[in-house]
Design a protein around this ligand. Structure first.
Ligand code: ATR
Length: 270
């Protein structure tokens, strides 16, 4: 049986084994998928052990995505630009390939709800790892322009330097009184503590779709705020989670699982 795993620390609450188990069932693929807790300074050796035990592929989550990036023999364009890897694959020749499917999962989820994104304006809030991982897929999704704002503006400007050759992207101060956007994506961890980024309320109008990469049983603080400002639709990151898993599964098994039934099941378990 082909073996897969997700590595992280902590990892006990990872939904990846459940998600990939449901994908396997649905696509009639025979595989094992487990969660592995790697000590923070022993990720590389844990991974090595997994490959020696005939592991075929792995997902990588916090705090190992940057280390995984450094361990790959070959990288996808998304992974190169993200500077982080969430999907490792052992290829037939033994070469280890790194992909980053987080941003692809986000774009797939946006398209599932909104259809094509051609010509839309997007505001990305935050400039950490989660933001960086989503920029290339967003720029390649047909949107007209990506604006990045961050509490520490210099970090947003650095991302603009990295990505400006791939599309229309700019950085603005967080509280700028700008026009409204078609889509606003919160990539910050502010919802974890019930906070909301210090955005101008003018960024939202009645046609704006707001997306929080965080999720939970109750609407996130960002999405509650967005609704109060009159946003048309608020979405949370559960769809992105299942979306990135679906892209990983497709890389490994060459078959695309359906996202919706798995998402519905996960939602009932929150
Ligand atoms: P991740 O990998 O989840 O993106 P990260 O790299 O630590 O984590 O980045 C966290 C992001 O959330 C940053 O953009 C951070 O802003 P700063 O760069 O100014 O630190 C943002 N962030 C965290 N808490 C926030 C809050 N309460 N309000 C606004 N932004 C916040």
């Amino acid at each position: 049986t082909d073996k897969y795993a997700v590595f992280g620390n902590p990892i006990a609450h990872s939904k990846s084994p459940l998600i990939h188990g449901l994908f396997a069932k649905e696509t009639a693929q025979v595989l094992e998928y487990e969660a592995i807790l790697a000590p923070v300074d022993e990720f590389a050796s844990c991974l090595d052990e997994f490959w020696k035990g005939e592991g075929k592929g792995a997902n990588v989550t916090v705090p190992f995505k940057e280390q995984a990036f450094n361990l790959c023999d070959e990288l996808s364009e998304e992974a190169k630009l993200a500077g982080a890897v969430n999907t490792l694959t052992v290829q037939a020749n033994g070469v280890i390939r790194g992909d980053n499917t987080d941003g692809l999962g986000l774009v797939a989820d946006l398209k599932r709800h909104m259809g094509e994104l051609n010509g839309l304006s997007v505001l990305l809030v935050g400039a950490g790892g989660a933001a960086r991982g989503s920029i290339l897929p967003l720029l390649q999704s047909g949107i007209s322009k990506l604006t990045i704002v961050n509490r520490t503006q210099g970090k947003a400007e650095r991302l603009v330097d990295i990505f400006s050759e791939y599309g229309e992207v700019c950085a603005l101060p967080m509280e700028h009184e700008d026009k409204s956007y078609d889509i606003i994506i919160n990539s910050t961890s502010s919802s974890l503590t019930g906070e909301v980024p210090n955005l101008s309320t003018q960024v939202i109008d009645t046609s704006t779709v707001c997306y929080d990469m965080m999720y939970g049983k109750e609407p996130t603080s960002f999405n509650v705020w967005a609704k109060e400002q009159g946003a048309k639709l608020t979405l949370d990151g559960l769809g992105m989670l299942v979306g990135q898993a679906a892209q990983s599964f497709a890389i490994w098994r060459k078959v695309k699982p359906s996202v919706e039934p798995v998402l519905a099941e996960l939602r009932t378990l929150l």
